[in-house]
Structures are given as C-alpha cells and as structure tokens.
Design a protein around this ligand. Structure first.
Ligand SMILES: [Zn+2]
Length: 421
C-alpha cells in the first residue's frame, strides 16, 4: 500500500513536470518575441535594393515601402510593417549587382545601389537609421529603429582596385562578399569552375586591406578553397552572410565541416540561410530534374516555344515542389551548434534575393517562428540571443578592434593587381 502511494505521488509529479515543460507553440512564440525585443535580430542579407533596381529603376515613389509589398506581382518579402512584425533590429541591405557586370561599370552600378540604401533610409527615417559600427546597431536598436547596414555582394564591385575598396568603405559598406557566382581575377567562387584554387596573392592583399579598414570579410558564395585561404589570411573574424551546412546538403554554396571548425578558431559567424536548394536535398534533386526536362524540351521542340511552355506547365502540375520547412532550416542550425557551438551562428535569410522560401518562413515576419522552433528544441534564451544578434555584434566589435590595431601599424596599401603578374 505504501509502495502504491509513493508510486501514485511520483506519477503525479511526473505528469505535472511534463505539463510545465511542454509549452504550446503560442507560448514559444511569445517567448521568442520577448527575446527579440531584448537583443537586435540582425539579418545578414536582404536584397530590397535589388528589387527596387529591377522593378522600378530605383524609384522610391514607385513602391511604397511603408505599406505592404505583399500584393505586388511578384510579391516582395520585405516592407516596413513586416520588418516590425518580424522584430528585425538590424539589417545588412545587400547592394548586389550581377557578376556579369564588370570593370568600371560594376563600380558605378554598386554606387547606385548604395545611393538607393541612403535614399530609402532617409525617407523612412522614423523606422530606419544607417549603422556603421556595432555600437551604432546597439544604439539604434535601443531607439526602436532598424539599424541599416550596407553589404556588398561580390568583389567584382571593386574592379581589382584597393582604392575602390577603400572608397566603398568610406561610402558605408561594412561587408564585402569576396565573390558572387563567378570567379574573379583574384578569388574562386563556389558556383564556377576552379581557376586559382582559392585566393591569389592579390586576393590575400584584399583581405588584409579589408582587415585594416574594418570591413567584414564575407565568405558566402566563395569556393571551399577560397574559404580556407581567406580564413588563413585574415587577422579578424569572418562572416558567412547567407550560407548553410554542407554536411546536410552538399550544395557548393554551403559551408563544409572542416571550414566550420576554422570559423570557430577564427571566432567568426555563419549566418544560416533559407535558400531552399541550400536547405534541402529534395529541392536540389527537384531543380536538377526540372532543368533536365527543360533541356529535353529544347531539344525535342526547337523553335516551338508554345509547345515547350505547355509541356513545362504540365510537368510543373505533375511535379509539385518538395518545399522544405522551418524544421529543415533549424536542422542546419542544430548541425552547426553540434559541430562547433552556438557562439558561431547567425541568421541570413536572403529575403527578396530569392523567390521560393521554406514553408513557414515566407517573409520577414517569420523570424519569431524560427526562434519558437529553436525554443521547442531546447535552446536557451541566452543561446537564442547569441544567434539573433550577439554573435554578429561580437564579430563586428572584434573587426573594429583589429582595424584600430592595424591602422596604428600600417598605412593604406598601394599594391596593385599588376604587381603580381
Ligand atoms: Zn547571394
């Protein structure tokens, strides 16, 4: 009898305990939103400037960013009301231009993108404010605005010139992704055939000058060998502004495990991205099948676009996209946490740079949903604050400190790419 009583009390305590721990999704959402009110959520990559460039020739009046951009055709993922709803505290606005644009035109086009960011921030200055340092981000977040940073996507923007690199820093650019999809004269990209098998000697000079300036070295888009060379060359921590884990999905844009370990030694941060073909193997297969089918149609029905488009629509109807969801993205975060720890993780959604998104992460309102998912997986509030923004702010602080040291030690480099021929 005594044994039975003990058993009953024990069972009751167990049930009560389970009840306390098993929070509902609503409770996790509330908790996630509270966390994002205490620390700035800093997203590594958003392509709103590109959307304005492509859709309306950079004309601010043509798309009202203060209203929902959801009903545009095609819809955008970002606008001021939705940034607020998603609790975004800091945003690296990408000033991307395609890597097919080269030479001085690349410099001019990148400047036009930067100009757009300033005009956007100026017009919506109740909600947005330019940030150049980690302390700027903290102050602007405390004022209740979205800290707006500039990220350059691709070294083609500097046209092989350290002078242009310095001028872009002076214009406010705070990271440069070393390449976009094509290799440069001084660095290999992930999505191109290898040419230099990493960074060239001039490429190492670019990294050094970025360290001296205090510009974040962004290794998204570069080849694995360029990642390794840049991590060997840099004196400051690096970022990946929008990449996921290669161990889970072997896309060349993702970060391999050996590089993750170098990132931990370097004290950098990998900002996990939502790009569906980086997040899900099924989506990689889907896209491969789809492009193979398109190649087949081109061969079977040359000069017959109507038949091709009819057959393509039929294929699309019969083959729905195997979209990944929040859990798939959280798996990448888990993987990096398991491999090197929570100190090296951030978020880089790539909103408005892509059209297809995982289910549940459709636009910038959904950051709290991802954090709710991580809470349900047992991440602590302190860990989530690091992932949201504290890790990136730590990297920015360190990069600024290294720049101060190097500026004491050396002047701007007058090295030219021709010196290395
Ligand atoms: Zn990109």
């Amino acid at each position: 009898m005594k044994g039975l009583t003990v058993f009953l009390i024990f069972s009751m305590l167990l049930v009560m305990g389970l009840d306390c721990n098993a929070q509902s999704r609503d409770q996790y959402m509330d908790q996630a939103k509270q966390i994002l009110e205490q620390v700035p959520l800093i997203d590594g990559h958003n392509d709103v400037p590109w959307q304005y460039r492509q859709r309306v020739d950079h004309r601010l009046d043509s798309i009202d960013f203060a209203q929902s951009t959801k009903d545009l055709n095609p819809p955008m993922h970002t606008d001021l009301p939705r940034l607020r709803e998603g609790r975004v505290g800091g945003q690296f606005w990408s000033v991307y231009i395609p890597s097919s644009i080269t030479g001085t035109e690349a410099v001019q086009e990148t400047m036009a993108q930067i100009d757009f960011v300033y005009r956007m921030v100026d017009r919506f200055n109740d909600d947005l404010e330019m940030a150049y340092t980690a302390d700027d981000v903290r102050r602007i977040f405390d004022e209740g605005k979205v800290a707006s940073l500039i990220g350059m996507e691709g070294g083609h923007s500097i046209n092989n010139s350290l002078a242009m690199l310095r001028m872009f820093y002076n214009m406010g650019a705070r990271y440069m992704t070393i390449t976009h999809n094509d290799h440069l004269d001084w660095a290999d990209a992930a999505s191109d055939d290898p040419e230099h098998y990493g960074l060239t000697e001039f490429g190492e000079e670019v990294i050094k000058e970025m360290n001296r300036l205090g510009m974040l070295v962004d290794l998204s888009h570069v080849s694995a060998n360029t990642m390794r060379d840049a991590l060997d060359a840099t004196r400051a921590p690096v970022i990946f502004s929008h990449s996921s884990a290669k161990e889970l999905v072997p896309h060349p844009r993702n970060v391999p495990d050996d590089v993750l370990h170098k990132v931990a030694e370097n004290d950098g941060v990998v900002m996990i991205t939502y790009v569906v073909s980086f997040v899900s193997n099924e989506m990689r297969e889907y896209y491969a099948e789809r492009s193979a089918y398109n190649a087949r149609l081109n061969s079977l029905y040359p000069h017959d676009p109507d038949t091709r488009s009819e057959k393509r629509d039929q294929w699309d109807d019969e083959n729905p996209m195997p979209l990944p969801d929040i859990e798939d993205v959280a798996d990448h975060i888990d993987h990096v946490r398991d491999e090197i720890g929570v100190e090296y993780i951030g978020i880089g959604g790539d909103y408005d740079g892509i059209t297809v998104l995982p289910e549940g992460l459709e636009d910038v309102t959904t950051y709290p949903d991802l954090f709710a998912e991580l809470l349900s997986r047992g991440y602590t509030e302190e860990e989530l604050k690091k992932i949201a923004g504290k890790n990136v702010l730590r990297v920015m602080d360190d990069v600024e400190e290294v720049a101060r040291q190097m500026q004491d030690e050396m002047e701007a480099s007058d090295v030219r790419i021709e010196d290395f021929d």
